[in-house]
Ligand binder design. Structure first.
Ligand code: C2E
Ligand code: CA
Length: 445
């Protein structure tokens, strides 16, 4: 249709398009302006010769959001609420990204720019403030990545790409906000290499993986247990530490297989010990939050121990507080089922996370493991000592025991015994070692 064909009709179409255009500039759920509006706003800034600094932050709700909330109207309420919470900290500077669970924040305030990390923490806290919906108590989590103009990119899309790269690295490490730096491209490549090499290992029966055992002793220094720690000597990459490969295996869903392999392998070893009179330490196995999400986990775990020849009542499962809080109802169900089958339960790294005491009474927890960071400072800090004291009290009040990790000196061991700790683990008593070396150590003590 040519413009002079039918002026009346054309004006209606134009009006409709203008309305649509106006509408399309905001997200119809959150009411926030969309990314295109941000690009328009930034166009004059990006071209400036005096390079006035600004940052773009990408805020993405973590994967629990999609896993736990599938009902359409609730998803809309939650995304709207998150948008409003971000706006309260950055009025007029929040944009809706392409994804419903993602927001972009423009930071121009020089004070905020000098400490983006602190600003990111405020944003995270705002997003994760508790929210009541009917009978549901909802707590959301998010990851954030920032990129700064002009250091990290000369165009809006380059900046957003780098902010997303920073965010992606945070998602794998499950940490706090992160500002892009030039090493991230390299780190991202390393993540891909590791993910690829684990996939190859899975194809080849996990041959490059093995278990090391670290002794756990009592107040008399007798070995009473051993923690199974996974080691990996990759044919492609050489040795890779668990601190590096476990979060990647968790992120890409490979931890399920790796975790089951660790339980079965530990069980074949413990099965051997079970038949010996002198050797029968309790074997601890680490379990990730993701493994606990499998409703069949308790059955699988016990079946694998039995298939390997071990006795479930000689096994201890180590899990972090976040694994419990992730989905408390499912965790409660799974942990009760495991306890009924005789498996001991341990809360790992206690004191570093949420340290919510409320769940401890509801769950059949037998042992609380006190995090190494309190041991590191216990000789110089009354504060650390007081924390250790109160964790020991909590452990005993639930009828359990307190195990402390990272003990490196005789002096730390003495003080920790004085504070009432029951079990001890650390380089002072032995580093993680091959099973034959652990057996020798047990026989010597
Ligand atoms: P974690 O469960 O906190 O394990 C304790 C870590 O502290 C181990 O590191 C151990 O080698 C180290 N450690 C023990 N005593 C001392 C000490 O006295 N001083 C110092 N500086 N360090 C000590 P590792 O073996 O590198 O494991 C790191 C993490 O990887 C573990 O932390 C655990 O969360 C995870 N992990 C290891 N194996 C598995 C597994 O099979 N499954 C899962 N889900 N996670 C695993
Ligand atoms: Ca552990």
């Amino acid at each position: 249709m040519k413009s002079d064909d039918c002026p009346e009709q054309l004006s209606i179409v134009r009006q409709e398009n203008a309305q649509l255009g106006a509408l399309l500039r905001v997200d119809f759920i959150t009411g926030l302006p969309i990314r295109r509006v941000l690009a328009e706003r930034l166009r004059p800034l990006v071209g400036e010769s005096d390079h006035r600094a600004f940052a773009l932050g990408v805020v993405r709700l973590d994967e629990r959001f999609h896993r736990r909330f599938t009902e359409g109207s609730l998803v809309e309420i939650l995304t709207y609420t998150v948008g409003q919470r971000l706006l309260s900290l950055a009025p007029g500077d929040v944009y809706q990204s392409w994804r419903t669970d993602e927001f972009v924040i423009l930071v121009e305030d020089p004070d905020l720019l000098t400490d983006l990390h602190a600003f990111g923490i405020c944003l995270r806290e705002a997003v994760s403030a508790p929210l009541q919906h009917g009978a549901m108590d909802i707590r959301l989590g998010c990851n954030i990545g920032f990129a700064v103009y002009p250091e990290h990119g000369s165009t809006v899309s380059e900046l957003l790409g780098n902010a997303e790269l920073a965010l992606g690295i945070m998602e794998i490490r499950d940490g706090t906000t992160i500002v892009y730096d030039d090493s991230m491209g390299r780190r991202r490549r390393r993540v891909f290499e590791i993910e690829h090499a684990i996939a190859e290992e899975i194809q080849n029966g996990l041959e490059g993986f093995s278990l090391a055992f670290q002794p756990v002793v009592d107040t008399e220094r007798r070995i009473r247990g051993a923690e199974a720690l996974t080691r990996w000597n990759s044919a492609i990459l050489g040795p890779v530490s668990p601190g590096e490969f476990i979060p990647i295996a968790e992120h890409y869903g490979q931890i399920q297989i790796l975790g089951l392999w660790a339980v079965f392998t530990a069980s074949t070893i413990a099965g051997r010990w079970g038949r010996s009179d002198r050797l029968h330490p309790i074997v601890s196995v680490n379990v990730s939050a993701i493994q606990l999400r499998d409703p069949e986990f308790a059955d699988r775990f016990v079946e694998l121990i039995e298939a390997g020849g071990g006795d479930p009542s000689r096994f201890r499962l180590e899990l972090t507080e976040s694994a419990i809080i992730d989905d408390p109802d499912l965790a409660q169900h799974t942990l009760k089922a495991l306890r009924e089958r005789g498996v001991h339960l341990l809360v790992d790294d206690f004191g570093t996370g949420f340290s919510s005491f409320s769940y401890l009474h509801r769950l059949p927890i037998a042992t609380i493991k006190i995090a190494k960071e309190f041991v590191d400072t216990i000789l110089d800090s009354d504060h650390s000592r007081a924390i250790v004291q109160s964790i020991v009290q909590v452990a005993h009040s639930i009828g359990g025991t307190a195990l402390v990790e990272g003990v490196e000196s005789e002096e730390q061991y003495r003080v920790l015994r004085e504070e009432g700790c029951d079990f001890f683990q650390g380089y002072l008593f032995g580093r993680p070692k091959a099973v034959d070396d652990l057996e020798l150590l047990v026989l010597e003590t």
